[in-house]
Design a protein around this ligand. Structure first.
Ligand code: FES
Length: 616
């Protein structure tokens, strides 16, 4: 999509230039870049507060919306005054932003993103006149008249509650609005109590953050293992479960609901928030996890030609996905690009501002299905690389999850091996980041060659006896012992890395490197043009940047340019809760990004084989 540039000048004279996809509203463009424009309606075109002066660089008159003539005099219109939320940026423009009447609140979320708070949840305290024989307006009419700047639909629940609440509270009540729905009315002034929960629904782990929507601050965070685990460790085995047994879909859906609800109750308890004060939830998950949570058969997602039931889902309530908070609470689910670039990645792109930066940036969410996004500030390309289970630990001889006892870091000196172990306990196995570190260290020490072969122990022993002793064999297979648990030589209890483990990692690394190399080429760039690498997801965030470069998993850039982006899916879900504009940003991202399919490329296999070797 074409991009245009907008230069914002505040009345203090400071100027900021931003680039956005053509057609985005001036209001959104400002909001996405942390520039505040006055508004009480949040960009809905009803408050007429978002007044800005637009000057087209080409000298053309900026388009006039249907509401502009009502907000401005003919002179002001000629001078370029427009309502920012209705003014599209179709060409390069300059925008003057008048000083704010009230400074909006902002929060820092994601990878250093400033988010101006515009949650879908709004609370309004109103004091209504009591009805009399001369004024027989209904309760609802009375309330809606006080909220006439909002164009509202009303939940039946609200009408049920209204007569009683109005009368116990002497007609002083707080209206609870989510987007454009009046979901409840509460006695007295409760405007300072407004909460939401952001969920990252991962295949392995589910994380929930309870947010105070009036300040943007997290109140409690909880995480648990996804209760779907017994059905399989990854999405493919869970999809297979639904194909083998017709009852499985229902059971997987129930387990997703139970997991989400357990976390919701936990974070509420911890922050002393009543579940009924949670008015909206947001969720980011991959295509399979999202469909399973909604009770939608995931089979077409898992078999060629890999199709989702829908890219975004019709209005969903929290209770539709099992979360027992306010009965009228809505659930925002991130839209997906497709079966292999799901809502979690769209959330991740949003949180890392993939489309808001002029640098060439590469986003890699390392996992069984590895999602890769490349952006140069104008264009966005995405792909998914089948990395296989190496990082999960399941396919690794001494592999384990990243839990206490897992080796997560390995350094090999001249004669010694030092290990970093999660929880500082006796090592029990090797997790994904430990695997990458161990192989990188072995390559660095010359104990694994470019083709991935482990050195022969006898050859090494003459020069480096202590390292040589660690090169042993289990059956026919060469191994490198990271830790002797009992006596030296007792392989039964030792933690080691086997030749086959190294091959598993080579396959994973080759798939990922083939993926990003193709995207880089597709954009007409070279690997050295990449200016920043963002490593995301539960594996990516813990990888050592130096080791990732050493084995060729990421482009060879300075380690300072490799950033652990953390749980960006969860951060994206928080942004969606805090700002309607950011949700619009997610939709725009989806329109901009182009998916590049790897599996149907005739040269994929040759390229893949080229990438198996470790850089020398
Ligand atoms: Fe309210 Fe534009 S933001 S009218």
């Amino acid at each position: 999509a074409a991009r245009v540039s907008i230069s914002f000048t505040a009345d203090s004279g400071t100027e900021r230039r931003v680039r956005v996809p053509a057609g985005v509203s001036v209001f959104d463009a400002a909001s996405w870049n942390g520039i505040a424009i006055d508004s009480t309606c949040g960009g809905h075109g009803t408050c007429k507060k978002c007044r800005v002066r637009v000057v087209d660089d080409d000298g053309a008159d900026p388009p006039v919306s249907r509401l502009d003539p009502r907000a401005f005099s003919p002179d002001e219109l000629r001078a370029g005054w427009r309502l920012a939320c209705l003014a599209p940026a179709n060409t390069d423009i300059r925008v003057e932003v008048p000083p704010l009447v009230t400074r909006p609140k902002a929060a820092t979320v994601g990878v250093g993103r400033q988010v101006i708070l515009r949650p879908a949840v709004q609370k309004r305290f109103v004091e209504l006149a009591e009805p009399t024989l001369a004024d027989q307006q209904t309760d609802l009419e009375r309330l809606l008249a006080a909220l006439d700047d909002l164009d509202l639909r009303v939940d039946l629940h609200t009408v049920r509650a209204l007569p009683r609440v109005l009368r116990v509270a002497d007609f002083r009540v707080t209206a609870v609005v989510v987007d454009d729905v009046l979901i409840d009315v509460e006695a007295g002034d409760t405007t300072d109590r407004s909460f939401g929960i952001a969920f990252d629904l991962g295949t392995t782990t589910v994380v929930a953050t309870l947010l105070d929507l009036s300040t943007g601050t997290p109140q409690a965070v909880g995480s648990v293992l996804n209760a779907q685990q017994p059905f399989g460790a990854d999405v493919i085995t869970r999809i297979s479960a639904t194909m083998l047994d017709p009852d499985s879909l229902g059971r997987l859906t129930e387990r997703a609901h139970a997991t989400l609800d357990e976390l919701a109750q936990e974070v509420c308890r911890e922050a002393r928030v009543a579940p009924a004060e949670v008015y909206e939830i947001a969720m980011a998950g991959n295509a399979t996890m999202t469909q399973l949570a909604l009770g939608i058969d995931p089979e077409p997602v898992g078999v060629a030609p890999f199709v989702m039931a829908a890219r975004s889902f019709p209005e969903v309530r929290a209770r539709d996905i099992g979360v027992r908070v306010h009965p009228g609470a809505r659930a925002y689910l991130f839209p997906a690009l497709g079966a292999y670039v799901g809502g979690d990645i769209v959330a991740g792109m949003l949180a890392s501002g993939m489309d808001r930066d002029r640098r060439v940036r590469l986003f890699i969410d390392v996992g069984t299905n590895c999602e890769i996004v490349l952006s140069d500030g104008d264009r966005l390309l995405a792909t998914a690389a089948p990395a296989g289970p190496a990082f999960e630990g399941a396919a690794i001889r001494c592999g384990m999850r990243a839990a206490p006892g897992a080796i997560e870091g390995v350094t090999i000196g001249d004669e010694d091996v030092s290990l970093q172990v999660i929880g500082d306990v006796e090592p029990a196995g090797l997790c994904g980041s430990g695997l990458v570190d161990a192989v990188a260290a072995l390559v660095g020490a010359g104990l694994v060659d470019g083709t991935g072969r482990l050195a022969d122990g006898t050859a090494v022993r003459s020069r480096r006896p202590r390292l040589g002793a660690r090169l042993a064999s289990v059956g026919e297979e060469r191994v490198f012992v990271l830790r002797w648990a009992g006596d030296e030589g007792d392989l039964a209890r030792a933690v080691y890395l086997s030749q086959r483990d190294i091959r598993e990692l080579q396959f994973a690394k080759a798939a990922i490197a083939t993926g990003w190399r193709l995207l880089v080429e597709e954009m007409g760039l070279a690997a050295r043009d990449v200016q920043q690498v963002l490593l995301a997801g539960s594996f990516g965030s813990y990888l050592s940047p130096a080791s990732a470069v050493r084995i060729g998993l990421v482009p060879e850039v300075s380690v300072l340019r490799i950033v652990s982006a953390g749980n960006v899916a969860g951060e994206g879900a928080k942004m969606a809760l805090l700002s309607m504009r950011e949700r619009a940003g997610a939709r725009t991202l989806l329109k901009e990004v182009r998916y590049v399919e790897l599996s149907d490329r005739p040269d994929f296999n040759d390229r893949f084989i080229d990438q198996l070797a470790f850089p020398s």
